[in-house]
Design a protein around this ligand. Structure first.
Ligand SMILES: NC(=O)CC[C@H](N)C(=O)O
Length: 445
């Protein structure tokens, strides 16, 4: 028996056990729980299966919607932040496998909004991924922001969820053969166990167009500087990072020709987004035009924004074997050698070999590099106020160590507004001296 068959058989055996034991589990919870609510503990667990195009099958039990779904199976190593990841539009079209073994223990928060009208706890107003796969679903949850369980949320939003599978085995497969097309089956379909004939590839759709706003809208209109945001599937916290620093933000659809209006703004921001960045070539062309503007406005991009700016600068993109998704990805700033731990979620990267140290392409240089795999983590222009990063400085979830990049971008925009002729921010970055290294770390309580 191959290892994977064994894994599948073991998982099935586990799911059979959980079918046989629910009453025991439920009474154990009832006897001890101090929690606000008991999450769904099914009296009869519904079987679920994750099927890969490559033929691998992983069986477990369902704890979400009772419908099947297709997507590209990817994994994230993040330990927390499932509400944020699942609502991040960049995950659109993907089946998300969590390597953190216990998921669901702090439930799901409310749709409450902040003073800017942005969702406080989610990155968009719905679950964007096609399904989730976890090793161990926490049947109890407890958190002061929680209003429902993860299973209830998935069921309400029509998103299938599967637990009781060996996610380590899944990740081994994904690591070896790369992100793969997959299907989640629930209930009778699992028992029928038919061969899946066709696995639709979400990356062949224009996911950017699906995720982007259809209408132009404004946030914080009284802000002191005006930033145009190109929405390729923007996360709420990117918008919050801009408006909470005082900017007035106008959000435009991904294919809006911002060159028509750029003179009315102090800066341009290009957002994250789902799928293959080559679906957004209209934005790339618009950027190439903006780069040639003799009166350049500061431009900053994140994740897909980095890929689109890179393509407009003359670089290519390629698909990574399995992508970088997690909250502990190290990115080294090429200017000062400092390494930041960053939040990431991407399956594509810029091919930046032409930007070897000391080399530039059309005035662009390498900005950040991933310390694990050497992949590109950012580019910047050597003269003009243009830069972008592949990681997520806005976090949500994940470390906030690189949030200062928003300050730098907005400082440039403020300088642009007052025509201060500020130096590009990387020239003002603190060098990595002994004093800097030995500076005690401030702990904010
Ligand atoms: N978070 C993002 O913007 C992701 C960008 C792109 N969809 C990728 O997977 O590489």
């Amino acid at each position: 028996m191959s290892i994977l068959r064994h894994v599948a058989a073991t998982s099935l055996a586990r799911s059979m056990q959980s079918v046989a034991r629910p009453t025991l589990v439920r009474s154990a919870i009832k006897a001890t729980t101090p929690y606000r609510s008991l999450a769904t503990v099914a009296d009869t667990a519904t079987p679920a299966a994750l099927k890969f195009k490559s033929g691998h099958v992983f069986t477990g039990t369902s704890f979400g919607a009772q419908n099947s779904s297709f997507g590209e199976a990817v994994f994230t190593t993040s330990l927390v932040g499932y509400p944020e990841s699942m609502t991040d539009p960049s995950y659109r079209g993907q089946i998300l496998v969590f390597t953190q073994p216990l998921i669901g223990n702090y439930g799901v928060p409310s749709q409450e909004k902040d003073q800017f009208g942005l969702l406080k706890y989610f990155e968009s107003n719905k679950i964007q991924c096609q399904g989730i796969v976890v090793n161990d679903y926490a049947t109890q949850y407890s958190h002061w922001t929680a209003v429902e369980s993860l299973g209830e949320w998935c069921a309400r939003e029509g998103i299938p969820a599967i637990s009781g599978v060996d996610t380590r085995a899944i990740v081994h497969v994904l690591r070896d053969q790369g992100s793969t097309l997959a299907k989640i089956e629930i209930g009778d379909e699992v028992l029928e166990n038919k061969q899946v004939v066709e696995f639709p590839n979400p990356n062949l759709r224009n996911l950017v167009s699906e995720a982007s706003t259809k209408e132009v809208y404004e946030l914080n209109p009284m802000g002191d500087i005006k930033i145009a945001v190109i929405d390729c599937g923007v996360k709420e916290n990117i918008l919050r990072c801009l408006v909470s620093r005082g900017a007035a933000v106008t959000v435009f659809p991904w294919n809006y020709d911002f060159n028509k209006v750029l003179d009315q703004y102090d800066g341009l921001f290009i957002s994250n987004g789902p799928g293959d960045p080559r679906a957004a070539m209209t934005t790339v062309q618009n950027l190439a035009t903006a780069f040639k503007n003799p009166n350049p406005k500061p431009i900053f991009g994140i994740c897909m924004g980095n890929q689109l700016m890179g393509m407009a600068a003359g670089l290519d993109v390629y698909k990574l074997q399995f992508g970088n998704r997690g909250h502990n990805q190290p990115a080294i700033n090429m200017k000062n050698g400092r390494c930041s731990i960053t939040s990431q979620n991407h399956g594509y990267a810029l091919e930046d070999s032409v930007l070897a140290p000391g080399k530039t392409l059309n005035g662009w240089e390498k900005y950040f590099v991933n310390a694990n795999d050497g992949s590109n983590e950012g580019i910047r222009h050597t003269v003009k106020p243009f830069s972008s990063v592949q990681f997520h400085p806005e976090a949500k979830g994940g470390p906030q160590d690189t949030e200062y990049l928003f300050d730098e971008f907005l400082n440039l925009a403020r300088a642009e507004k007052t025509k201060n002729n500020a130096k590009p921010f990387f020239e003002t970055a603190e060098p990595l001296t002994k004093e800097v290294l030995n500076k005690p770390i401030e702990i904010v309580a």
